[in-house]
Write a protein that binds this ligand. Sequence first.
Ligand code: IPM
Ligand code: MG
Length: 390
Amino acid sequence: MKNKEQYIAEAVSKFETILREQTARAEKMKNDGPATDFTKKDHIVIGCCGGDGIGPIITAEARRVLEYLLKDAVASGKVELRDIEGLTIENRIACDKAIPDDVLAALKACDVILKGPTTTPKGGTGAKDLESANVAMRRELDLFANVRPVSIPAEGVDWTFFRENTEGEYVLGSRGVEIPDELCCDFKVITDAGTERIARAAFDFAVKNGKTKVTCVTKANIMKKTDGKFSRICHEICEREYPTLTLDEWYIDIMTAKLVDEKARADFQVFVLPNLYGDIITDEAAQLQGGVGTAGSANIGAHYAMFEAIHGSAPRMIERGDGDYANPASMLRAAEMLLRHIGFTAEAAKLAKALDICTSSDAEVVITGHRDGATCREFGDYVMRVCESL
Ligand code: IPM
Ligand code: MG
């Protein structure tokens, strides 16, 4: 058994390693080349991986709809849909890797990825701290902008969240230190380069989409170093490079309250925020839109992009035996964002319109997530039928 002094010495040495690794990561970010323009590529590979729980069921449906909308592009060889096996919790535990090496190589051979939810083991259970596959993929493919749109048309709510996706509380979330029976310490990392790129992504989006206001969300009154830096850099870049935009700032606690304030919420347009706050608040926002099952998520980097549902793998649904009744709407919204990202804007618009119809109160096929509703497959068929009629 180690004594306390030994634990402290080990933690200090681990912290030095972490600081060196993180400064190297920050340096690398500064030297990243120009972003790939997927709309100009002759051949685009879309990798599809199902994940765990309801993941394979809802991903299969989104893949079917993509195949249908892209049939000409697939026939001409411009687009290839490629299945990637092995991103399951069983295989990840067996390989003791957040993403097994062969799966990672297969992902890197694609341009964009459609990914079903993957199960993330919880810490504090005594089991090994296997890192989340999502977090690993975001890091390995450097998918720094997590873009999550939420809208409530009846209220004029049209929000787009730009969640920083590669640092903050997540980057070292599986590498904290512990002195047994005394304490634990996790680390939060915010870099200049990481903040600059997410801020510019949010501001560019705002300008391109005719938005006038961006809201920066932090807890800079408490997390003075990390959130303080995030806030300061967002303000500096906005003032210097985007003079037509207004940047306002809220702390995360009051922000969560404002989103449920029906009088105030339609005033927000675009949000930029560190990783964990973005994780939490986008579930809240999705719930306001109709549930986490309705929201898609785009993970955008300079050279790769990954599209997924914002929710998890719903193991409870599988335990109940209701997996086939899972709602694929979130994956279909993700597929819509994927289409737009690779330049198939007409197909994306068609899918968006079909989804609005298929999830409206007049929908002919209603999915509830339970046996009283339609199956995932029936809903997929319905979406394609509606697409066909548009
Ligand atoms: C999300 C999810 C993930 C996250 C989990 C599954 C690791 O909640 O995409 O929001 O925390 O980022
Ligand atoms: Mg989340």
